[in-house]
Design a protein around this ligand. Structure first.
Ligand code: FBP
Length: 545
């Protein structure tokens, strides 16, 4: 494989570990835990893995442990740092016993079911240390939820003498990890299942999980690009840039990029929902910012749009909920793709049908078409940035006629998502991911199953990070998915009373009218620590640092 100079230099980087993981560990167990919601139901569904304590590792006494074979799966969307989780796992099991082996299942959970795997040897691992991407074994979105799949899985796990499986994924994949852990525990199959918190979306976080890995690098990559656009925009002074940012439902990425770049407008879906805004309210809000700047002679600006916005406009949210139920009906499976729109229209209630018909055809189509395997609308396929800029343009024409606006409006559109998911991990993600993987092997050695690997206190230097595990059931509640109530990890949305949003809200009027752009520049891997090792603004504000 040919490599860039940065790749070669970066391969030699040794990620940092928390002090507690630098030698032998002892597990300190907390009190029994409860799920965040629907406690009785979750306990009934997970009798073997419910109520376990939170674990924190401390330095312990060295012991001779037997070799252990571990399997690893990358699940869902790519996130920077996945390769470091795997190299942390590899180094972790080798430090337990040099004869331990690591197997990677190819292209996500499907690899386990189809018995598609490779052994990850040191030659392979060394090629991928500190690199972005998931290409070492590939990823996939197959949903592990059927007994047949679990049984197919155990066949290959037994064949390879694998005693523990590590699933690196987001909220949905870790929910499945928990279901699998429970199943194998109930059957006494002797295979532990451990999760690792991954997703650029930043929505897998709670009191125990500070952040999901990849969020840091992805936001820094998008912020570099937004900063570059802002320089261009402030140089040419003739365009409004409408920038949609990945992140699925939650607006964490858009908010973090706004904190880093100080754009003129940033929409936060959670606020749109809380204020019960209509699509027209959102358009008016942006058009007002455009008109105000035009009054000062500034016919340029930037608008950040979270990709899930459309789902949070209350009327559209209700429409999507009904569409989900319609698409989950048995008859829906019989309908051809061509007939799908007519099928949903026949079943929609009068109010939702009116909203559906009022949407631009491309948006309506996307909302009515297939869901991903976890039942989510594929929001990355909806061109909200174009929809909004067209509606803003129409409103400005009307305002011009009424004498309320006098300016020029020309828009450019961007969607940043895939550009950041495989970036070379920042120092933060390189260290965090390596620690998550290494730590997972300590949970395995401690005999745990149904836990997620956690690393906390990450705004402090890495040596002071706290390592441990959280029972996955602790993060669960029941939610409606594909027309049925299911146990799932509660998604963390932007909290409107949280410090990151409050900071943004306190400054946004000034950022809207004035030109207060910040240009973060590219991620730096070598150089002064204040340039290379900054955590996200979200994390710093959340932790009051
Ligand atoms: P995960 O939740 O699996 O980490 O995926 C994150 C994500 O990048 C979302 O932000 C985005 O909506 C989605 O994946 C895109 O999915 P796909 O990769 O299938 O196009």
């Amino acid at each position: 494989m040919e490599k860039s100079y940065l790749q070669i230099a970066r391969a030699a980087y040794q990620p940092k570990l928390p002090k507690a993981l630098q030698g032998a560990v002892a597990a300190k167990e907390g009190k029994p835990t409860q799920s965040v919601g629907n406690q009785e139901e979750i306990q009934q569904l997970f009798p073997n893995t419910y109520g376990m304590p939170v674990i924190e590792f401390e330095s312990g006494e060295a012991a001779q442990l037997p070799a252990i074979n571990v399997g690893v799966i990358l699940s869902g969307g790519q996130a920077p740092g996945g390769h470091n989780v795997i190299s942390g796992l590899f180094d972790g099991i080798k430090s337990i016993n040099a004869d331990s082996r690591l197997y990677g299942f190819i292209l996500g959970p499907g690899g386990l079911v189809d018995h598609n795997y490779i052994e990850l040897t040191s030659d392979i691992i060394d090629e991928y240390r500190n690199t972005g991407g998931f290409d070492i074994i590939g990823s996939g979105r197959t949903k592990l939820e059927e007994v047949d799949q679990f049984e197919k899985g155990i066949e290959v796990l037994r064949q390879l003498n694998i005693k523990a499986l590590v699933i690196i994924g987001g909220d949905d994949s870790n929910t499945n990890a928990c279901v699998l852990a429970e199943y194998y525990a109930a059957k006494n199959y002797g295979v532990q299942v451990i999760g690792c918190p991954k997703t650029i979306d930043g929505d897998l976080k709670n009191e125990q999980i500070e952040t999901s890995f990849g969020f840091d690098t992805a936001c820094k990559t998008y912020s570099e690009l937004i900063g570059n656009i802002q320089r261009d925009c402030n140089s040419a002074r003739k365009y409004w840039h409408f920038i949609k940012l990945m992140g699925r439902s939650a607006s964490h990425i858009a908010l973090e990029c706004a904190l880093q770049c100080q754009p003129n407008v940033c929409l936060v879906s959670e606020e749109v929902e809380a204020k019960d805004m209509t699509l027209d309210d959102v358009v008016t809000y942006i058009a007002k910012a455009v008109a105000d700047r035009a009054a000062d002679g500034n016919n340029f600006g930037t608008v950040l749009i979270p990709e899930g916005l459309i789902e949070f406009i209350p009327a559209i949210k209700k429409l999507i909920a009904e569409l989900n139920d319609i698409l989950a009906m048995d008859e829906a499976a019989e309908v051809s793709r061509k007939e799908q729109i007519d099928f949903v229209k026949r079943h929609l209630s009068e109010t939702n049908l009116a909203i559906f018909n009022s949407l631009p055809t491309s948006v309506a189509r996307q909302l009515a078409l297939d869901r991903d395997p976890h039942g989510n609308v594929q929001v990355s396929l909806i061109e909200t940035e174009k929809l909004l800029s067209e509606m803003v343009a129409d409103k400005l024409i009307a305002w011009k006629r009424e004498g309320k606006y006098c300016g020029k409006f020309a828009a450019q559109h961007h969607f940043f998502g895939y550009e950041g998911r495989c970036a070379a991990p920042s120092n933060y993600d390189a260290d965090y991911c390596y620690s998550l993987g290494f730590n997972a092997t300590r949970l395995i050695a401690a005999g745990k199953t149904g836990y997620m690997s956690i690393i906390k206190n990450t705004t402090a230097p890495a040596a002071e990070w706290i390592a441990g595990g959280v029972p996955i059931t602790m993060m669960m509640n029941l939610e409606r998915r594909n027309g049925k109530m299911k146990p799932v990890i509660r998604k963390a949305l932007v909290e409107l009373d949280g410090a990151p949003f409050k900071y943004f809200a306190a400054n946004r009027e000034e950022w809207a009218r004035q030109t207060r752009y910040v240009y973060p520049g590219p991620i730096q891997y070598f150089g002064p620590t204040e340039v290379c090792d900054q955590p996200t603004m979200t994390l710093k504000l959340e932790q009051n640092k």
